[in-house]
Design a protein. Structure first.
Length: 85
């Protein structure tokens, strides 16, 4: 992992995401599983290289931020309620 940097891992993540999108488009569940697993590995390495803790701690931080959000699903995508400013 000598030459791995956060930037190289982010590029790898984009590559894996492209593979996931293709696998979903052709309904290849084996490739979907592989791509998701590969993305998990890349995210684990990226979290370490970026000195932000583990992938698990990043997920816990993100969940703590979003767990109480209110919103609705629109066309399959969660849209959060806007808060008054």
């Amino acid at each position: 992992m000598d030459s791995a940097t956060p930037l190289t891992q982010t590029s790898k993540l984009a590559e894996e995401l492209s593979e996931l999108i293709l696998a979903l488009a052709i309904n290849d569940s084996e490739e979907v599983e592989d791509a998701i697993g590969d993305m998990g590995v890349v995210l684990t390495i990226l979290a370490r290289l970026a000195n932000v803790g583990s992938l698990q701690s990043c997920m816990e931080t993100a969940y703590a931020e979003i767990r109480d959000r209110k919103g609705t699903m629109i066309n399959g995508t969660f849209v959060k309620e806007q808060t008054a400013k």
